[in-house]
Unconditional design. Structure first.
Length: 118
């Protein structure tokens, strides 16, 4: 699976951004797609995930209620709608994919930078 993330940018606190991840290669029905982020000097952390086949989602506590992950079967894209952004959301955001039965995300996109100004 090849992944290409886009949509990052600079936004003021309280604003919104929508990230997109285009997936190519294998069929995605057996995969879970995830978004992760890594802030400067911090470890990469989980943000949200969606199981492609059934659309079930999971969120980190920091994202719950503000971020929404979704997928578009026809376009083979996964989106992360981010609302009510905070300066602490500033990070490089990565999309990733793993087999639904696996604990490990094997496929990673290149990352897109989100900067939230106060």
């Amino acid at each position: 699976v090849q992944l290409q993330a886009s949509g990052g940018g600079l936004v003021q606190a309280g604003g919104s951004l929508r990230l997109s991840c285009a997936a190519s290669g294998r069929t995605l029905s057996s995969y879970i797609m995830g978004w992760f982020r890594q802030a400067p000097g911090m470890e990469r952390e989980f943000v949200a995930s969606i199981r492609w086949s059934v659309g079930s989602t999971a969120y980190a506590d920091s994202a719950e209620g503000r971020f929404t992950i979704s997928r578009d079967n026809r376009k083979r894209t996964v989106a992360l709608q981010m609302n009510s952004l905070k300066p602490e959301d500033t990070a490089v955001y990565y999309c990733a994919a793993k087999a639904f039965y696996s604990d490990t995300y094997l496929f990673w996109g290149q990352g897109t930078l989100v900067t939230v100004s106060s």
